[in-house]
Ligand binder design. Structure first.
Ligand code: HEC
Ligand code: HEC
Length: 234
């Protein structure tokens, strides 16, 4: 019993030390946004689609897929393969990114238009292997209010852990960039995304989005979602 207690005490103090150290390191004065994590593992990813990713996608989404707010290009890490594949096909087939007011969706559609099915499949698989998590830009937010709204309104489809629900085809929201969640929610609310007659899942968001009209509340939900842990292995 005693030895057990001691082991536990030692374990928990080394855990504390690790956490403190991680905290300290992440606070070290480099120029990265505070919550961005870039993994060294990217160099070790061995996938046929990697050269295509680096030549055609990384310039906007970042080499490790964490997103670039200046280009409105979101993180594409931590998302499920079935969701990523659908989006690539929707962009390629004019189902997403063709609304007259969807300038950034149009840029993405343009970027993908000459790729074939096999290339899209390869890139989908590669994106599920990317190690980085989304770069965040909101320095603060009302986490409690965001959580409340998320649990009451979004979790039914996106899961209480924000990791999505394949049966409902609702993607993971944990792991997206905060600014991107706000930006897409607004697009659904205005029908700039999800209005194409073949966009059946986007249409669900278009129907649902008027449930939250206050932009500050959407921002708080996005802020809360960035506090949730993410899975990158699905
Ligand atoms: C010119 C910049 C640019 C390039 C190049 C580009 N993208 Fe994008 N991508 C974007 C933007 C901007 C969006 C967000 C569109 C919107 O606002 O709806 C996006 C969205 C996406 C999404 C949807 C993410 C989600 O959560 O729904 C995926 C997946 C994606 N891009 C993958 C790729 C892949 C793979 C490539 C390489 C073939 C690529 N992108 C090349 C700018 C780019
Ligand atoms: C009725 C089910 C349902 C509810 C409720 C719902 N969503 Fe969704 N949501 C979806 C589906 C399905 C998609 C996928 C749309 C697609 O494939 O284009 C989606 C997509 C999204 C996206 C786009 C993700 C991306 O990577 O581009 C965001 C952001 C989002 N939802 C936010 C929310 C928020 C915030 C709430 C709560 C306020 C919410 N959703 C409630 C079903 C739902």
């Amino acid at each position: 019993m005693k030895a057990d207690g001691l082991t536990r005490a030692t374990l928990s103090s080394s855990l504390l030390l690790t956490l403190l150290l991680a905290n300290f390191l992440s606070g070290c004065g480099d120029s990265q946004p505070p919550k961005q994590i870039i993994s060294e593992n990217f160099a070790h990813i061995d996938h046929d689609a990697k050269p295509l990713w680096l030549s055609n996608c990384a310039n906007c989404h970042g080499a490790t897929g964490g997103g670039n707010v200046d280009l409105s290009a979101p993180a594409v890490t931590g998302l499920q393969a079935w969701y990523l594949a659908r989006q690539l096909h929707h962009f390629k087939n004019g189902i997403r990114g063709t609304h007259a007011k969807d300038a950034t969706g149009g840029q993405m559609a343009e970027a993908i238009k000459n790729l074939n099915e096999a290339e899209l499949d390869g890139l989908t698989e590669l994106m599920t292997l990317l190690p980085s998590t989304a770069a965040q830009t909101f320095p603060s937010g009302d986490e409690a209010r965001g959580k409340d709204y998320h649990n009451n309104l979004c979790s039914a489809c996106h899961g209480s852990d924000g990791k999505g629900n394949e049966a409902l085809q609702a993607p993971s929201l944990a792991g997206l960039n905060d600014w991107y969640i706000v930006n897409q929610y607004e697009k659904f609310r205005l029908g700039i995304r999800g209005s194409h007659p073949e966009d059946h899942y986007g249409a669900q968001m278009v129907r649902f989005a008027p449930a939250v009209k206050d932009a500050e509340v959407v921002r708080d939900i996005a802020y809360y979602l960035t506090t949730l842990p993410i899975d990158t292995d699905q």
